[in-house]
Design a protein around this ligand. Structure first.
Ligand SMILES: C[S@@+](CC[C@H](N)C(=O)[O-])C[C@H]1O[C@@H](n2cnc3c(N)ncnc32)[C@H](O)[C@@H]1O
Length: 281
């Protein structure tokens, strides 16, 4: 299977689940969108032309469309047609007329050079086969002086949203650490690595910010378990390989750990991400 087909294959099943859990995902990662807007667009999006690369089910593009107003133009791209269809459905449901979604890979964006004021990506760059080519292409479509920003996960062991599942699951289905450069959620957890890619791609005035926030959702621990298994292709496939008894044990252990982060119907996890930003010369 070719690299691009593998990417689509990996994400296609997730599209249904990311759409199903859209409201929860929106709430959990709203602080990430705010950090991207702050660092990539100096907090100013009204009337801007903004591209969201690896938009998935449409975030942050849909949030940007609401904030940018009628004179703004928002574009979102993702290589997985089912993700793009989900994003379009939501734009229609919200009656947003200033946002468009297209199927595209990050390293081949269907836009002329020098057309966007801002280019952003939330939790996408770590999955690009060549992050350098992806960031170069994002810079190509950016106007001179325009802002670029990407959000990626910090270390797994600083993010209980991930590790309360992975630590339990790894005891049942051991997984070797990913090879360097593997398309993994924590590929850019080491500070400076994505910053270096931005600089190699030609971005100027680059910076990296560690953003600490709370991932919050008003789900019960049981509903959180369902949502978390649904949206992670890794957990779904590992769970599918367990016996019913093992799966029940994993669920109980994860629920117990989740309850330590849950009070008054609110689940709240401390989280750490890096937001890397820069400008086009
Ligand atoms: C973790 S999801 C993030 C979705 C959304 N941006 C959000 O934060 O909710 C990662 C997305 O990256 C997309 N993706 C994977 N490889 C890509 C590539 N080479 N170019 C562009 N997007 C890619 C996937 O299809 C998926 O929708």
């Amino acid at each position: 299977m070719k690299e691009n087909e593998k990417i689509i294959d990996r994400w296609i099943e997730s599209a249904t689940y990311w759409e199903k859990h859209r409201d929860t995902i929106d709430a959990m990662f709203a602080p990430v969108t705010q950090a991207l807007i702050q660092d990539g667009a100096a907090g100013q999006v009204a009337g801007k032309t903004i591209l969201d690369v690896a938009t998935g089910q449409g975030e942050p593009a849909l949030t940007l469309a609401r904030l940018a107003g009628p004179t703004g133009s928002i574009f979102g791209v993702d290589p997985v047609p089912a993700m793009v269809e989900a994003a379009r459905r939501e734009a229609t449901r919200r009656q947003l007329t200033n946002v468009q979604f297209q199927v595209a890979f990050a390293d081949s964006l269907p836009f002329p050079a020098n057309t966007c004021d801002v280019v952003l990506s939330r939790f996408g760059v770590m999955f690009f086969p060549s992050p350098l080519e992806g960031i170069r292409e994002m810079l190509r479509v950016l106007k001179p002086g325009g802002g670029i920003a990407a959000a990626v996960w910090g270390f797994a062991d600083r993010n209980p949203f991930h590790y309360i599942f992975s630590r339990v699951m790894d005891r049942y289905v051991p997984s070797p650490p990913p090879e360097p450069g593997a398309l993994d959620a924590f590929r850019f957890a080491v500070p400076g690595e994505l910053l270096n890619v931005f600089q190699m791609a030609g971005a100027v005035e680059t910076s990296e910010r560690l953003v600490q926030f709370q991932i919050q959702t008003s789900l019960s621990p049981e509903d959180f378990w369902t949502m978390r298994c649904d949206i992670s292709e890794k957990f779904r496939s590992k769970l599918a390989g367990l016996t019913a008894d093992q799966a029940a044990e994993v669920q109980q252990e994860v629920l117990t750990a989740t309850r330590t982060h849950s009070a008054n119907d609110l689940i709240s996890f401390p989280a750490e991400i890096h937001v890397v930003s820069g400008r086009k010369l």
